[in-house]
Design a protein around this ligand. Structure first.
Ligand code: 13P
Length: 254
């Protein structure tokens, strides 16, 4: 059984003070919800303060990026070692990193390896752009992204994949549950070819892209979808709590 995971990707939002306030707003109720892994991914600068705040709770933290080198002259970068005792998860290869910061599949692969090496759990993001979707190239694009990012990765233990179609991110135009489930099935099938069936069956694959409290159950109900990577709605305590609660209820009926 794959335990569902709901992660909030706060992106470049919240000052440290705002991050603390947001976590305080959801903390007691979020902590109580079981049967779901709950992960908050604030900006780097808030990780230390939030680590203190969530101590002793069931809430986990993730970073939104890292660099693959352990240390050195890489001005402005954050290393896996620096994150290893601050958080458990790290988002890697988000489409905004690919789009605005030119991250290639090869670079993303190095980041995945570097994260796994220090025991961080990568949430590897993949997804096709609108024109690729319209040209019927979704499967080709996501499998190529997986191939390049996992080329050197021997074991997927601890890794989660997030399927985030770029056209659904921040647009309010989510995929349908059926569409997302279909692509996620293709992804799982491809993973079983790259590794084996049991690796593919135990791998968590999330959906991301305009997930809200109103549409999250449509995704979570799908048999192949193991949770969500939530952007905008994760900055709203009520919505995020509702998404996690609905996920917990659905998972109990499985
Ligand atoms: P939105 O939920 O704001 O569309 O963002 C999705 C996302 O990019 C999560 O990583």
């Amino acid at each position: 059984m794959r335990v569902p995971l709901i992660a909030g990707n706060w992106k470049m939002n919240t000052t440290v003070g705002e991050a603390i306030k947001l976590v305080k707003e959801m903390l007691p109720r979020l902590d109580e919800i079981d049967g779901v892994e709950k992960v908050l991914c604030p900006p780097f600068v808030s990780l230390a303060a939030l680590k203190e705040l969530i101590k002793g709770s069931s809430i986990k933290l993730g970073a939104q990026n890292l660099y693959f080198e352990e240390k050195g002259a890489y001005t402005g970068e954050i290393s896996p070692l620096m994150l290893a005792n601050l958080c458990e998860f790290v988002i890697i290869g988000h489409s905004e990193r690919r789009q605005y910061f030119g991250e290639s599949g090869e670079l993303i692969g190095k980041k995945v390896l570097a994260a796994l090496k220090v025991g961080l759990k990568p949430i590897l993001c993949i997804g096709e752009r609108l024109e690729e979707n319209e040209a019927g190239r979704t499967e080709e694009v996501v499998t190529e992204q997986l191939r390049s990012s996992l080329a050197e990765v021997k074991k997927l233990d601890g890794l989660t994949i997030a399927y985030e179609p770029v056209w659904a991110i921040g647009t309010g135009k989510a995929a349908t549950g059926g569409q997302a489930n279909e692509t996620i099935s293709l992804i799982r099938h491809f993973i079983s070819q790259l590794y084996n069936r049991s690796v593919a069956q135990s791998l968590r694959i999330l959906y991301g892209g305009s997930v809200t409290a109103s549409n999250s159950s449509e995704f979570i109900k799908q048999p192949g979808i193991d949770g969500a990577l939530v952007g905008g709605a994760s900055l709203d305590a009520k919505q995020f709590l509702s998404i996690v609660k609905q996920t917990s209820e659905i998972s109990q009926t499985r």
